[in-house]
Design a protein around this ligand. Structure first.
Ligand SMILES: [Fe+2]
Length: 281
């Protein structure tokens, strides 16, 4: 049997941090045959085109989606020349490939016993692989998933901000996000820098990124490969539905209270929204 990916220290760290705090963890996934550049060229070719996103690397921390310039090279060529391409790319939903689905499941199975007592069933398991040129920047954004980013090659610094934080983002930004109304890139303001925690990871290290914790990523001098293992939970879906319910209430002229942070489950509002959705409101 293969050794587990997460070390005992990582599991202890996750026990303490999950789901609310960003933290650095350690792992053993540094030389896996599915994660070298040639394997990733093959994977990128096997994935549907919409599952391969690539961006030029030299972007400011905050950028409007329409201002991101179009890439000049094809996917395989970009991966093979990633040392000089000045790009970052994401291979999305890698679980659509059976070998990667197996890898993702094996990793997530190791932490199910930590996750489910806190946030309920581990749902919608998805994996993403980030391949980045030296010095590239992933702009400021947040994501709806519980996420552990495992660094496989190279070094990167992720600056993470408090999750669900309404001092940085108005409740209506959260509501619009859950209703799919805005791009995941967030507007950046220099005052935000004071709220961020910079966490640097190298191969063998990982970061637990809480749901909707804003973050941006600076890649260091070498090529970087990272595997992101993500899931949703009963808790995260309920928070999202409560945010959507708040939008409905706001439209009705009310001033709804924001969902309470974990461990509150926001059940009443999420059930109300699910009921409304059923009747097509
Ligand atoms: Fe992200």
């Amino acid at each position: 049997m293969q050794a587990e990916v997460f070390t005992p220290e990582a599991k202890n760290g996750l026990e303490t941090a999950y789901p609310a705090r960003a933290t650095r963890l350690t792992h053993r996934l540094t030389s896996h045959p599915l994660l070298d550049l040639e394997a990733l060229v093959t994977l990128a070719a096997a994935l549907p085109p919409e599952a391969v996103e690539y961006n030029p690397g030299k972007l400011p921390i905050g950028i409007a989606p329409e201002d991101v310039p179009a890439p000049e090279l094809g996917v395989a060529e970009t991966i093979r020349s990633i040392e000089q391409a000045g790009a970052w790319m994401v291979l999305k939903r890698i679980e659509s490939h059976p070998a990667y689905a197996q890898l993702l499941d094996a990793i997530l199975d190791e932490i199910t016993a930590i996750v489910t007592p806190r946030t309920g069933a581990m749902l919608r398991r998805e994996g993403f692989i980030f391949i980045s040129s030296p010095g590239s920047v992933t702009p400021f954004h947040f994501d709806p998933e519980h996420n552990i980013l495992l660094q496989v090659r190279g070094t990167k610094t992720m600056t993470v901000f408090p999750g669900n934080d309404e001092t940085m983002f108005d409740p209506q930004v959260h509501e619009a996000f859950h209703l799919g109304e805005h791009h995941r890139n967030l507007p950046w303001q220099d005052e935000y820098a004071a709220f961020g925690e910079a966490i640097t990871i190298q191969p063998g290290e990982a970061i637990h990124v809480p749901v909707k914790s804003p973050h941006w990523v600076q890649n260091h001098d070498g090529v970087s490969i990272s595997l992101s293992v993500t899931w949703r939970s009963e808790w995260s879906f309920a928070e999202a539905d409560a945010r959507a319910m708040n939008r409905v209430m706001r439209r009705a002229g009310l001033a709804p209270r924001s969902p309470a942070p974990w461990p509150a489950r926001n059940l009443a509002k999420s059930l109300a929204y699910r009921a409304l959705r059923k009747v097509g409101v």
